[in-house]
Design a protein around this ligand. Structure first.
Ligand SMILES: Nc1ncnc2c1ncn2[C@@H]1O[C@H](COP(=O)(O)OP(=O)(O)OP(=O)(O)O)[C@@H](O)[C@H]1O
Length: 309
C-alpha cells in the first residue's frame, strides 16, 4: 500500500504541494494527472524518500518514509522522470550496480536480471552506453531498475514518456501485469493512458487534489457522454432537422474535422433516433456514433475551474 497524509512541500515562496492525501491499495493503479508544474513529481519524490516533505507523512507498505527510510525504500520501486543517471554505464553495468545496491545475489540475482532484461527487451543493447541509447530504451532501462528487486509497490513518473506507440502498448501491458499483485502510482500527461492502465485517477493542479475517481466516473462528468456525433454534407440542414427533436438540448460543431455533436437533454438521445430523423428529412450523413465522453474535456474543465476558484 502507498499512503500520503497531508503532504506539503514548499520551495521558497512557492507551495508546490498543498496538502495531498490518498491511499493506493494492492491491485490498484492510481494515475496522477495534472498540468505541468502541478506538483506530481514533487509528491512522488517525497513518497520515494528523495525529498523531505515540509510537513505531512508518507508510508510505503506500512513503513513511514521519514521514520523507517530503509524499509520503505526496500518495498518500493521508483522510476524518476527522464533518463537514468550514470549515462556512461551500459544497461548491463547499471542494472548490475542496482542489483548490488539492492543486495541481490546468487541464483536469485541471475533470475531477476534475466527476467527484467527479457521483459523490457533490453538484450540487444546490453553493452551500449546508456547515453547513446534512444529515449525509449533509456526509459526501459529505468523501468528495469525500478522493478529489479521485485518490490510490492511502484512509483512510476511518466513511465511511457518518449516511447513509440508499440513500446507504449508493451509498457502499459507490463504495468497492468505488475499491478495484479502490487500497488502502483504513476503520473502521466496522456489521457488515453488513464483509461488504458489506471483503475483510479487523481487530477492535481497547483499542489491540490481536484478530483479522485475511476476513469468511468470521470468520463461520466463529460458533457459529451450520451451525445451522438456525425458528419453531415450539409451541417446546417442537419442542425435544422434535429433542432427541436425530443431529447436534444443543443449542438457543437468541431472546427477541425467538422463533426457535429448532438447533445442530449435528460435521457440520452439514441443514435438510431437521430439517424431516423435525418433520413426522414432527407439529410445525407455518415459516421454516426454514440459518444462515451471525453477525458480531455473533463480534465480541462476541472483544472481550469480550479484556477478560477
Ligand atoms: N527544486 C525545486 N526548486 C524550486 N522549485 C521547484 C523545484 N522542483 C520543482 N519546483 C517547482 O514546483 C512546482 C511543482 O513541480 P513538479 O515538478 O512537482 O510538477 P509536475 O506536476 O511534476 O510537473 P510536470 O508535469 O511538468 O513534470 C513547479 O512550479 C516547479 O517549478
Amino acid at each position: 500500500m502507498i499512503e500520503a497524509h497531508a503532504l506539503h512541500k514548499r520551495y521558497g515562496r512557492l507551495l508546490a504541494v498543498d496538502g495531498i492525501s490518498f491511499k493506493v491499495e494492492p491491485g490498484e493503479v492510481l494515475g496522477f494527472l495534472g498540468p505541468n508544474g502541478a506538483g506530481k513529481s514533487t509528491t512522488m519524490k517525497m513518497i520515494a524518500g528523495f525529498l523531505a516533505p515540509t510537513s505531512g507523512t508518507a508510508k510505503v507498505c506500512g513503513h513511514d518514509v521519514q521514520a523507517a527510510p530503509m524499509a520503505a525504500r526496500r518495498a518500493l520501486g521508483y522510476l524518476p522522470e527522464g533518463a537514468p543517471g550514470y549515462g556512461e554505464m551500459s544497461p548491463s553495468g547499471f542494472l548490475g550496480f542496482v542489483a548490488d545496491v539492492r543486495g541481490l545475489s546468487g541464483a536469485h540475482r541471475r533470475e531477476r536480471m534475466q527476467s527484467v532484461l527479457q521483459r523490457l527487451a533490453l538484450e540487444g543493447v546490453l553493452h551500449q552506453p546508456i547515453d547513446t541509447l534512444s529515449k525509449g530504451f533509456k526509459r526501459r532501462v529505468g523501468l528495469a531498475a525500478a522493478i529489479l528487486h521485485d518490490p510490492p509497490a511502484l512509483i512510476l513518473d511518466e513511465p511511457t514518456d518518449g516511447l513509440d506507440p508499440n513500446q507504449k502498448h508493451e509498457v502499459r501491458s507490463l504495468i497492468r501485469e505488475l499491478a495484479r499483485e502490487r500497488t502502483v502510482l504513476l503520473s502521466t500527461h496522456i489521457l488515453e493512458e488513464v483509461e488504458a492502465v489506471c483503475s483510479r485517477a487523481m487530477i492535481v493542479a497547483r499542489g491540490k487534489v481536484l478530483a479522485d475517481a475511476t476513469p468511468a466516473e470521470l468520463l461520466a462528468r463529460s458533457r459529451y457522454q450520451g451525445a451522438v456525433s456525425l458528419l453531415a454534407g450539409d451541417s446546417i440542414a442537419a442542425r435544422a432537422a434535429l433542432d427541436g427533436m425530443p431529447g436534444v438540448s443543443g449542438f457543437h460543431q468541431d472546427a477541425v474535422d467538422g463533426r457535429l455533436y448532438v447533445f442530449p437533454q435528460g435521457r440520452p438521445v439514441t443514435a438510431d433516433a437521430v439517424a431516423e430523423r435525418l433520413r426522414q428529412r432527407g439529410v445525407v450523413f455518415s459516421s454516426l456514433q454514440p459518444e462515451r465522453g471525453r477525458l480531455d474535456e473533463v480534465f480541462r474543465r476541472i483544472t481550469t475551474e480550479g484556477a478560477k476558484a
